[in-house]
Design a protein around this ligand. Structure first.
Ligand code: SF4
Length: 328
């Protein structure tokens, strides 16, 4: 088996949150809690969970845009968490990010050509102006835009076109990993499909690995080779895509899968929709034991006292639930 491209080991991320009021105290919010995974070359790992479950923090922590409080991000034999901002610079060209809101992630004062070509100025100083222009033109064409669009500004483009510009900027240094942080959730459904297909084509052509963050399980199913489910900063379940959708063990995963709309209303559904009661608890005050227990239809007294560890179910499939062996 090939070695992983990127290994995340026991990563935790905390934020200091000051509570309101004159004498509001500062508390620690555990956004990511003890998360480990490997990312293989050319693979897409879909990271799924509700808003506030820590998936964006995890993506930013992997890229060191947010500094983890504990754990390791192993890349080419180095732990990125131990490197200074200066030491991280040479690694940046291989590790890129695409954000959710394409327009606000692009500098409105720069032309599209300047935006897409900026990484070349930083990481490919050997290229002269015409070399950079040729690379920008080719990249714009590759993502489905026209080269002459490089003279225009981001506010002259639609949301889908802005996301293509973001992808061109992320891809121009031929990175090995891209963190896609909800890259299509701000777009119309028809445009979502175009952007997803573009990312898949680019992955097929270049072998780039994707960390694909989304709250939409149907898009993750289309995009991912493996799926990781997060809840309140912790991993609930991880499995290869087909195994996950066919044999999920965790009650949270099962509820998410049951809520995925069926494309054909005449086809029988996989089963009844499992409705979760209540809202996501505050990450400032997570439940004791299993963090999912306040919404879990299968909770037992043990769940309140003891956090479940991730347990293997073979074939790269793990779930963190005391009752996972019963729930087949
Ligand atoms: S450990 Fe208990 S509360 Fe948590 S998911 Fe499993 S059954 Fe539900």
């Amino acid at each position: 088996m090939n070695p992983p491209l990127l290994s995340v080991r026991r990563l935790s991320i905390q934020y200091s949150v000051r509570q309101s009021g004159l004498f509001g105290r500062t508390r620690q919010l555990q956004a990511v809690d003890d998360v480990s995974f490997d990312l293989m070359p050319g693979e897409t790992l879909g990271i799924v969970g509700e808003t506030g479950c820590g998936k964006s923090s995890l993506g930013k922590g992997v890229l060191q845009l947010v500094r983890p409080s504990a754990g390791q991000v192993l890349w080419q034999g180095r732990d990125l968490c131990q490197l200074s901002p200066q030491q991280l610079k040479p690694f940046r060209k291989d590790l890129q990010i695409i954000f959710q809101d394409p327009l606000s992630s692009l500098n409105p004062r720069m032309t599209v050509g300047e935006i897409v070509g900026e990484p070349l100025e930083l990481h490919a100083p050997e290229l002269d102006t015409s070399g950079r222009e040729r690379a920008v033109d080719a990249m714009l064409e590759r993502v489905g835009l026209r080269a002459e669009m490089k003279r225009r500004y981001p506010n002259e483009f639609s949301g889908g076109q802005c996301q293509r510009i973001s992808i061109a900027r992320a891809m121009i240094m031929q990175p090995r990993v891209i963190v896609c942080d909800e890259p299509v959730s701000a777009l119309d459904v028809s445009i979502q499909a175009q952007i997803c297909n573009l990312l898949r084509e680019l992955q097929r052509d270049t072998g780039v690995a994707l960390l694909f963050i989304s709250h939409d399980l149907s898009i993750v199913r289309y995009m991912s080779h493996r799926v990781m489910i997060m809840y309140l900063g912790r991993v609930m379940e991880t499995a290869p895509r087909e195994h996950f959708f066919g044999a999920a063990r965790h009650p949270y995963s099962r509820a998410l899968i049951s809520a995925v709309p069926q494309p054909d209303p005449d086809q029988p559904t996989a089963g009844p929709v499992i409705t979760l009661d209540g809202d996501l608890p505050s990450p400032l005050d997570p439940p004791s034991g299993c963090v999912f227990r306040t919404r879990c239809p299968h909770a037992i007294p043990l769940c309140a006292g003891q956090p479940p560890a991730l347990e293997s179910f073979g074939q790269d499939h793990e779930a963190a639930c005391h009752r996972a062996r019963e729930l087949q």
